[in-house]
Design a protein around this ligand. Structure first.
Ligand SMILES: *[C@@H]1O[C@H](CO)[C@@H](O)[C@H](O)[C@H]1NC(C)=O
Ligand SMILES: *[C@@H]1O[C@H](CO)[C@@H](O)[C@H](O)[C@H]1NC(C)=O
Ligand SMILES: *[C@@H]1O[C@H](CO)[C@@H](O)[C@H](O)[C@H]1NC(C)=O
Ligand SMILES: *[C@@H]1O[C@H](CO)[C@@H](O)[C@H](O)[C@H]1NC(C)=O
Ligand SMILES: *[C@@H]1O[C@H](CO)[C@@H](O)[C@H](O)[C@H]1NC(C)=O
Ligand SMILES: *[C@@H]1O[C@H](CO)[C@@H](O)[C@H](O)[C@H]1NC(C)=O
Ligand SMILES: *[C@@H]1O[C@H](CO)[C@@H](O)[C@H](O)[C@H]1NC(C)=O
Length: 799
């Protein structure tokens, strides 16, 4: 029993294995087989390899799944480059001392050789280091509404000390700078006559408005910051509209080297304003028609020179400048405009918005909080990643791995890890050859720290390199092509496996059309041959066979007919196989030409074929269905009464002399009669019985035809004579049979049913007491859904 089960289990396992291994060869799940050259093969998928063996069987695909090729191709001829990985630079984490550059990202440089569509994985670690350098540039709106308040002025002047002290707690590597802005000195944004200015600043003296001015370069002299701030606030200014030119200031502050941003530092602009900002297009109204060039242009006093030439920057221009400079912005703005800045901030990576109170009371706190928000967040961005799919995954500070490029709330000295997956699209190879080199930069937003990933993408095979190919090789039709990786790359105007076809004689489209039996059938030559200049050259049936497919479109297999005992189609003397069907030679017929057409054995004693009651097939009579005739020539008729009664007289006269025949008649008419102990049945022997004329006993006999077509009769020596049956037994039996037995059966049925009902009722009562059915859980209800799992299905597309 156990053996039986394990055998069955083995069978199932085997079937599964066969099914699964076959699916690898399945045309649909094998993406490789469409490639015509080694390079194409490399670009399809990393599971594909190329066989460059000379004389590789035509019927096999040179580009195939590696496991398949290993069975058919000489191992030394298989091209299947493996991806390689090199850590070029992986310096240790360092904190931001005053002299050394900080390192927060590990590793810093990687190099991969890989094929298109081949994903590569690596880990990227980020650690918040202490004393990371911070460059903070304060960009102040000097318009009347913002800076007029005496309280606010005092706070801004004190900012230098306050912020310096606060930041020292966070980093010992802190620089502070300061710039101011109002608006472009152009109508309709700003006033420039004294009357106009007086109108706009009713109480205090106003000075001429300016667009952007760099007041203090980034540095550690915080008192200079305060002095300059005081000077700037002494004469505030005013524009005419309620929006200012602050974004001009942002661009200038970011782009100007003289401001003194350090290469490796967290760059922060604190943008403080109470009004909206002008955007691209607005400048045109005043005559600044050129699109902002995003270039630094400051005069000796730090004023923006080109304010009247270039328009305000657009949001996307600001965003790209921020990215380029890896800078952050803290918008410290007043309540009535805070929502507008939130909308702007949504477009700017590395920006945050904070609400400034009326008299700038909370300015230091705000900078502190927002600095923490920027600092505690790490986000990666892939630059120069066209044709490359980059995926980041991280657990951040939790336990769940999710797809994200950003982690938040990191503490100092805390590290997070990202799983990065890069996949190169094969389009990167378009129009290129050999190895395509791509440098993807994984950039930490707001920090000038990167991981550079150099990808050497294999777009071609080594054997396609110019030093390995054979130009105008004799292997390619008298030098009409280049021989490389085992195949011919045809010169212009030629095509075909060995470049044997001339485009001017028959176009390749025409050629392919001619090789299709049905123009709508996409397979040329049924997939069993090569289309050579419009003609199919059929493959051999199997690898080591000399037999080939045949037919104009290789649609035929001349070796797929059934094999009889004498060979294909009964052997060479009987028939030949043509396109899967036996064509029989003369004298033979049948599926396998196994039948002789000779009908002599079907001739009945009457001289007709099968007694006219059948057909002669393959030298044998098939008697008509439904007719009473049977036998080798359809001459027998067991149910024909005439036959038995015809011979009865002869049978009877042996036993019951005299019967219907006299002794003389008997001897004369019945020459072949025998007495036997037991009648034997066999083909051609007919059983008969009949009632003897004299005593009414039943007589058993058989008759058969002898070779000379005479009849031989055999009679059983014992006969059966009737006895008188007792009447009572007959009547009793009849009554019992008709009435009593059915009655008994009915009673039994009723008894059994009652017993079962009683038991079920008892069970029901028992269950009823026991059951504590939860409401809604009906025990009788069965979910109509059920899940069936297909055991042969494998999620990974057959691999
Ligand atoms: C396989 O390669 C070896 C070495 O190049 C060669 O000797 C052998 O003949 C090759 N076999 C076939 C079947 O091409
Ligand atoms: C980032 O640092 C590199 C040196 O590591 C420097 O060459 C580059 O200019 C810096 N980038 C910016 C935007 O300053
Ligand atoms: C801010 O100042 C304006 C005018 O100076 C005043 O109307 C407003 O109530 C003040 N808001 C707060 C929150 O103090
Ligand atoms: C990748 O390409 C570069 C530039 O050609 C080369 O220096 C480097 O050795 C290549 N790396 C690999 C692993 O082939
Ligand atoms: C190409 O084929 C043509 C036609 O068979 C032949 O005349 C010629 O020599 C072959 N070679 C080159 C290099 O054209
Ligand atoms: C091929 O397809 C077209 C459109 O589906 C149909 O009209 C045409 O009859 C088809 N030809 C054959 C030979 O089946
Ligand atoms: C069948 O055979 C019998 C006896 O030879 C003959 O009489 C009869 O005509 C045959 N039936 C047919 C349909 O020819």
């Amino acid at each position: 029993m156990l053996k039986g089960w394990s055998l069955a289990f083995l069978c199932v396992l085997f079937t599964l294995t066969v099914v699964c291994s076959q699916s690898i060869e399945d045309e649909f799940s094998n993406p490789c087989t469409n490639a015509d050259s080694c390079g194409q093969c490399m670009q399809i998928s990393p599971i594909c390899a190329w066989c460059g063996q000379e004389g590789f069987p035509r019927s096999l695909k040179r580009c195939d799944i590696v496991q398949n090729l290993e069975k058919t191709c000489n191992l030394t001829d298989i091209t299947n480059p493996k991806s390689t990985f090199k850590e070029v630079k992986n310096a240790a984490w360092t904190s931001g001392g005053l002299d050394a550059d900080p390192i927060q990202i590990k590793p810093q440089e990687l190099e991969f050789t890989l094929r298109p569509n081949e994903p590569v994985n690596f880990k990227l670690k980020f650690r918040q280091q202490e004393n990371y350098p911070v460059d903070l540039y304060f960009l102040l709106d000097l318009s009347y509404g913002m800076a007029r308040d005496k309280e606010a002025q005092k706070r801004l002047i004190a900012l230098g000390h306050d912020i310096g002290d606060k930041m020292k707690i966070i980093t010992n590597n802190f620089r502070l700078g300061f710039g101011s802005f109002v608006d472009k000195l152009l109508m309709p944004y700003s006033a420039w006559t004294d009357t106009m200015l007086d109108d706009r600043c009713p109480k205090d003296p106003c000075r001429k408005p300016h667009d952007f001015r760099n007041e203090v370069d980034l540095g550690t002299d915080y008192s200079l910051f305060s002095t300059k701030m005081q000077a700037a606030l002494e004469s505030i200014s005013q524009s005419l509209d309620d929006a200012e030119g602050g974004l001009d200031g942002v661009i200038q502050a970011l782009d100007c080297d003289r401001i003194g941003w350090r290469e490796k530092s967290r760059r922060i602009i604190v943008y403080s304003s109470n009004s909206l900002f002008h955007l691209a297009g607005a400048g045109k109204l005043g005559g600044a028609t050129k699109q902002s060039n995003l270039q630094c242009s400051l005069d000796a006093d730090g004023f923006y020179k080109d304010e009247k030439i270039y328009d305000y920057p657009s949001v996307s221009q600001v965003a790209s400048k921020l990215r380029e400079k890896n800078a952050n912005i803290i918008f410290a703005v007043m309540e009535d405009v805070v929502n507008d800045y939130r909308k702007l901030s949504a477009f700017l990576d590395g920006s945050v918005v904070g609400e400034l109170e009326n008299n700038s009371k909370n300015i230091v706190e705000l900078i502190n909080n927002k600095y923490y928000e920027l600092r505690s967040r790490i986000k990666f961005e892939a630059k120069n990643a066209d044709f490359v799919d980059v995926k980041f995954k991280s657990k951040c500070r939790g336990n769940v791995l999710k797809e994200t490029a950003m982690c938040e709330n990191l503490e100092i000295k805390e590290s997070v890890e990202f799983d990065v997956t890069l996949t190169v699209d094969k389009d990167i190879c378009k129009g290129k050859s050999g190895e395509v080199i791509k440098e993807v930069v994984l950039d930490a937003v707001g920090l000038n720290e990167t991981l550079v990933v150099r990808l050497n993408v294999t777009c071609n095979c080594q054997c396609e390199a110019s030093n390995e190919e054979e130009l105008n090789s004799p292997k390619c039709f008298n030098g009409n092509g280049t021989f490389q990786c085992g195949v011919c790359e045809c010169n212009p105007g030629r095509y075909g496996r060995n470049c044997e076809c001339d485009q001017t004689e028959i176009s390749s489209e025409e050629s392919l059309r001619k090789c299709r039996m049905d123009p709508n059938n996409t397979l040329t030559c049924f997939g069993r041959g090569d289309c050579i200049c419009g003609q199919c050259e059929c493959y051999t049936l199997s690898l080591n066979s000399k037999l080939e497919y045949s037919g104009e479109f290789c649609e035929c297999n001349d070796y797929s007919c059934s094999f009889g005992p004498n060979g294909l189609c009964g052997g060479k003397k009987r028939g030949v196989c043509n396109c899967g069907k036996c064509v029989c030679l003369e004298g033979w017929s049948g599926h396998n030409c196994e039948c002789s057409t000779d009908q002599s054995r079907c001739v009945a004693s009457t001289g007709t074929i099968c007694n006219n009651n059948g057909t002669c097939n393959c030298g044998k009579c098939d008697c008509d269905e439904g007719s009473k005739w049977f036998g080798p020539t359809c001459e027998e008729c067991p149910n024909c009464p005439t036959q038995c009664s015809e011979h009865f007289a002869c049978a009877e006269c042996t036993f019951h002399f005299p019967g219907t025949l006299t002794r003389e008649e008997c001897d004369k008419q019945c020459p072949n009669v025998e007495d036997v102990d037991e009648l034997k049945e066999s083909d051609g022997v007919q059983k008969c019985q009949g009632k003897a004329t004299s005593d009414g006993c039943t007589l058993y006999f058989t008759y058969e035809y002898m070779d000379n077509n005479e009849v031989l009769i055999k009679v059983q020596k014992t006969k059966r004579c009737p006895r008188e049956a007792p009447l009572a037994a007959i009547i009793g039996g009849t009554v019992a049979g008709i009435i009593l037995i059915p009655l008994l059966i009915i009673c039994l049925c009723i008894f059994i049913r009652n017993r079962r009902d009683a038991k079920e009722y008892a069970d029901f009562l028992k269950d009823k007491n026991k059951a504590r059915w939860e409401s809604g859980a009906n025990p009788i209800y069965k979910d109509p859904k059920s899940t069936f799992q297909n055991p042969t299905y494998k999620g990974q597309g057959g691999m």
